[in-house]
Design a protein around this ligand. Structure first.
Ligand code: SF4
Length: 312
């Protein structure tokens, strides 16, 4: 099949807009949407800008880093830094860290590693062996978010970039709708216009790019990513949202884009009419929190109590 725009061989068929694209036109199509998102989600006119990029070593985060660097690296006022959160999941995270470090080295980007063990005293594997009454993601998610914010604050970042593709983003929106969680719905990234004290605004440059296109972009640009899955992933409630959206997308191509369009249209209306709780500071660690003690500190308190009980 030929590219819709030139005589080259097509590498990808875009079902939702009916075009076939060669390597060059696919990369242009991909980067055009990322550039638009960067423009919409950030203000890069300031004197000095630092973007902190969270990279796990998977395709989405490594492509985010690569494409941000490609689009923004010639700006003198802008610095990109990368970091990886090591949750301490044996047999999984080490390979991601290796790939993340290799890409950073090849692009000349600073890369730091921040670990659960050093910051909280436990790896995620240890936490799961102490408390298996809850699913792993309910421990891991808040802890990761807390460390991502902490390292970005430490690096005086203006934005924290996350590698989230269209599929993941549409799932997050649907999950909040199904839970009826308006407060979380409003707080979903990108955080344009809802910056809060102590929280670095999160940006998600790939939120309009389907997962499949992220994979193709990575392959076409020789980005070596870790494609293993977290061994705890089977616990994730997200699996159900993924199945439903894939089924709808199969029947009606463009469903994922429509979900995001609906989100963009409704969030601003909800933001103006919904009174969210003011952010406080956690009494223990000082992190921004909706309650007197943040989710991470109350989780750690419970884990420490369980350890104490076991040792008596
Ligand atoms: Fe953590 Fe769950 Fe993601 Fe695994 S799937 S890294 S446990 S949030």
């Amino acid at each position: 099949m030929k590219c819709t725009f030139c005589n080259e061989k097509a590498v990808y068929n875009v079902k939702y807009n009916g075009t076939a694209l060669c390597r060059e036109h696919f990369i242009n199509f991909f980067e055009k949407r990322v550039k638009r998102e960067i423009r919409n989600q950030t203000d890069l006119k300031r004197d000095k800008i630092t973007i902190s990029v969270a990279i796990s070593g998977g395709k989405d985060s490594l492509v985010t880093l690569y494409v941000l660097n490609k689009i923004l690296s010639d700006r003198r006022n802008l610095k990109i830094k990368a970091f990886t959160v090591d949750e301490g999941i044996s047999g999984y995270r080490p390979s991601g860290i290796e790939k993340a470090a290799r890409l950073c080295k090849s692009l000349g980007i600073d890369h730091e590693i921040i670990s659960f063990k050093r910051e909280f005293g436990y790896t995620l594997d240890e936490i799961m062996s102490i408390d298996n009454t809850r699913i792993s993601c309910s421990h891991c998610g808040p802890m990761r978010r807390s460390l991502m914010n902490k390292i970005s604050m430490y690096n005086k970042a203006d934005y924290l970039a996350l590698g989230i593709n269209l599929d993941d983003y549409a799932q997050s929106i649907l999950m909040n709708v199904v839970r009826g969680d308006i407060s979380r719905y409003i707080r979903l990234a990108p955080h344009t216009g809802i910056e809060r004290d102590g929280l670095i605004p999160r940006i998600i440059p790939l939120r309009k790019i389907p997962e499949k296109e992220v994979v193709i972009y990575a392959i076409l640009n020789n980005i070596d990513y870790d494609n293993s899955w977290c061994p705890y992933y089977r616990d994730a409630y997200r699996n159900e949202a993924r199945m439903i959206i894939n089924m709808l997308e199969e029947k009606t191509p463009g469903t994922r884009q429509a979900i995001v369009k609906f989100f963009d249209g409704t969030r601003d209306i909800l933001k103006n009419s919904y009174e969210s709780k003011d952010m406080k500071r956690c009494m223990i660690c000082g992190s921004p929190s909706q309650n007197d003690v943040c989710e991470v500190c109350s989780d750690l308190k419970e884990i420490n109590e369980r350890v104490l009980k076991k040792s008596i």
